[in-house]
Unconditional design. Structure first.
Length: 201
């Protein structure tokens, strides 16, 4: 059935047989009120992600986490840190512990360290997921316009079925979040409410 953007966009990729949850960069830099990337309503996205991760664990659905981390002096930051200087807060020698996850991974849950927006670019995520038989990625985290969008696009490019959970993502303004949610749903992923994601898990 065509979505709101007409028949050219908004098809559905649907769910496969083995989902995994990927929580993208949900770290103190975004969730703490004084963080360099502080979100206007961080509590809501943390609560939604907590519920999503809790249900995944109950149903034995694997959970993966991503964080951004740079070598001291930003030696591996490339041009991304030149474009977004605030990313320097994720250097190993930076003060503030801004790269610490807001939620605690359980033993055995993989934490993927990345230097760029996509969880796939320059990381082992795709082969790790393929080896585990995962075919569907339920995406949560921040920011909607940045790392979530980039990860959804690369998930699709890598042969996974991306599902973005609307309430478990956020951006620096509500309008930016909503605009990107609409565009991601049109082109790269299926966007769904938290309640539907919990039911599907």
């Amino acid at each position: 059935m065509p979505g709101p953007h007409g028949s050219a966009f908004s098809g559905r990729v649907g769910w496969g047989r083995r989902p995994a949850v990927v929580v993208i960069d949900l770290v103190r830099a975004y969730t703490h009120p004084d963080g360099p990337f502080a979100l206007p309503d961080a509590r809501a996205v943390v609560d939604a992600t907590t519920e999503l991760v809790g249900t995944a664990r109950e149903k034995d659905v694997p959970v993966y986490w991503t964080v951004v981390r740079y070598a001291p002096g930003l030696a591996d930051g490339g041009l991304f840190v030149r474009k977004v200087p605030a990313l320097a807060c994720f250097a190993e020698d930076a003060p503030g512990d801004w790269g610490d996850l807001a939620l605690e991974p359980e033993a055995g849950e993989v934490v993927v360290v990345k230097q760029y927006a996509s969880a796939f670019f320059g990381t082992s995520l795709a082969p790790t997921l393929h080896a585990s038989g995962v075919d569907t990625l339920v995406l949560a985290g921040v920011s909607t316009s940045g790392c979530v969008r980039a990860t959804a696009m690369d998930a699709l490019n890598s042969g996974f079925r991306p599902q973005v959970v609307r309430q478990a993502c956020a951006d620096r303004t509500p309008a930016l979040h909503e605009n990107n949610i609409a565009d991601v749903d049109a082109k790269y992923a299926d966007v769904m409410d938290l309640s539907e994601a919990l039911d599907r898990l």
